[in-house]
Ligand binder design. Structure first.
Ligand code: ADP
Length: 498
């Protein structure tokens, strides 16, 4: 337990948590991390947690800020001047690190407009981590700790916890939680950067930031955090194995019970088919027939012919992780069974090319949109019959949860959060009326094609398909349960259990 004066705190008090993340909706999003960081403050608020989110000041974030005031300035934050801006986002406090040399540039949060990672990502996110640790520990105001606990997300925030633990200027070390949203991104850099980080020599150690001879930002956070969480119980177990731990499996195993899985929830205001302004027609489990108008609209939008087979959708990064390399070939099988496919995504150019070729082979049966389009993703969940999620690993996955909520039946690989959230339509589950989707084991042409065949067969028995849709829509993956789980964790680590 860190050195922190918690004993005289009354139980039931409001805890102040600093959530440090490189993206959060509605300001900036490249993936599920943003959904989670954006939803957490509201999810934990009913449990007496006041959460402040801290983000880097990318142009996308700066442009959306209203009434921000400067609450601190650094002359030299890893070599550059920076300011801390304070404002609110919705009902919650927001801090933005305005450091133009690091964050005011075109492109995405991590890469230039051509998709190449910025060379100085280590410095950008070290500065972010250093600033966050300063803020949390009170170095900014000089009035002592402003927060009771730090919650850092992914490698971009990992160094926050190393600064919190090792920095000689910090008088106290706050309790901390590190969440892994994806173990594949570790923020691993050359050892030479260590000198520029401003950490004491003692941090260059196996239980510090050193990782296989270099500096590991995620590893540093995992080592320094009191508790490590990841975003599903299955993934918390999988990352003890080399295929999923990606070099950090030993550390994860060594941390034992201090690694736990808390499933992501979904924002049920944003994702509610009964009140979704993106849909041609709202619907509910009781009025499933209203879905038809959305399906027709989606077919028209993707230039697809009508047909009596299911309309499959994909909303995904187009990467190996997501199994998207297998899809172009399987698409032929899907069409052969009478199915159609509408795909929205972007990523690996080679996969994009193969998908375009598949669409050219099957005009009117396969439609592809390369890009990122939030509203279209809603229309697809509302109009598609089934969503394909053939991930090789999936820490939690959100698109299958949106599919469940919208009666767009998930067809998923049995891994991580996909295994934890979808109930396979096997004979027993169908007999019990509890099936919510289709699972398959291992990602290959054969397994995905087999799962698609099962989906088409089930779709052709309308009573069974509707039963699956209704059970899917009855699944509850709102934030209520997970918000409490995070709040309980924060209280345990600060000794303020209620
Ligand atoms: P990951 O974070 O690994 O990409 P998740 O399933 O956890 O995968 O989260 C992905 C999020 O990004 C979901 O909210 C999904 O709807 C959204 N998304 C992914 N690709 C696109 C796209 N091309 N257009 C719109 N939304 C997308």
């Amino acid at each position: 337990m860190p050195d922190y004066p918690v004993d005289d705190r009354p139980t039931g008090m409001t805890l102040k948590v600093l959530s440090v993340a490189s993206e959060a909706v509605p300001l900036v999003k490249t993936g599920g991390l943003a959904d989670v960081a954006g939803a957490l403050p509201t999810a934990v608020a009913p449990h007496g947690i006041s959460m402040t989110t801290m983000l880097p000041g990318y142009p996308a974030v700066r442009q959306k800020l209203k009434r921000a005031r400067t609450v601190h300035a650094w002359d030299d934050l890893l070599g550059e001047p920076a300011r801390l801006l304070a404002t609110r986002i919705g009902d919650h406090p927001l801090l933005v690190l305005d450091a133009p040399a690091f964050f005011d540039r075109p492109g995405g949060p991590y890469a230039d407009p051509h998709g190449t990672d910025w060379d100085d990502n280590w410095r950008r996110f070290a500065a972010f981590g250093r600033a966050a640790a300063d803020v949390a520990g009170g170095a900014v105001t000089g009035k002592g700790a402003q927060f009771d606990l730090i919650h850092a997300h992914d490698w971009q925030a990992g160094l926050t916890l190393a600064y919190n633990r090792f920095a000689p200027w910090a008088e106290i070390s706050l309790p901390s939680v590190m969440t892994i949203h994806n173990m594949a991104f570790q923020g691993y850099f050359d050892a030479r950067i260590f000198r520029s980080l401003g950490l004491p020599r003692s941090a260059w150690a196996i239980d510090g930031v050193e990782t296989y001879g270099g500096v590991g930002f995620l590893k540093a956070g995992l080592q320094a955090a009191d508790v490590v969480t990841t975003v599903s119980p299955s993934y918390a177990i999988e990352i003890r194995r080399p295929e999923f731990g990606m070099g950090l499996e030993g550390l994860i195993a060594a941390r034992g019970d201090n690694v736990i899985g808390i499933l992501n929830g979904i924002d049920s205001h944003e994702w509610n088919p009964g009140h979704d302004p993106a849909l041609a027609r709202p619907f509910s489990a009781r009025k499933l027939s209203a879905r038809r108008a959305n399906k027709r609209a989606l077919e028209a939008e993707f230039g697809l012919e009508r047909g009596d087979g299911p309309l499959f959708i994909v909303v995904s990064r187009l990467t190996w992780q997501k199994g998207m390399d297998v899809l172009p070939e399987v698409a032929d099988h899907l069409v052969g069974l009478g199915g159609r496919l509408a795909l929205l995504g972007s990523g690996d150019p080679a996969i994009e090319r193969e998908l375009h070729k598949a669409a050219a082979r099957h005009p009117g049966r396969i439609g592809i949109r390369i890009g990122y389009d939030e509203a279209l993703s809603h229309r697809m969940q509302g109009g598609g019959d089934a969503i394909l999620v053939p991930s090789r690993f999936e820490p939690c996955g959100l698109t299958q949860l949106y599919g469940l909520a919208y009666g767009c039946v998930p067809v998923v690989a049995r891994t991580g959060g996909l295994a934890d959230t979808v109930i396979d339509a096997n004979t027993a589950a169908l007999a019990q009326g509890v099936a919510t989707g289709i699972q398959f084991t291992g990602v290959s042409y054969d397994t995905l094609a087999g799962a698609i065949s099962r989906a088409v067969a089930l779709y052709r028995v309308p009573a069974l398909w509707q039963q699956i849709q209704k059970s899917a829509m009855a699944s509850d993956f709102s934030w209520a349960v997970s918000g409490k789980a995070y709040a309980d964790l924060y209280r345990r680590l600060t000794g303020t259990e209620q």
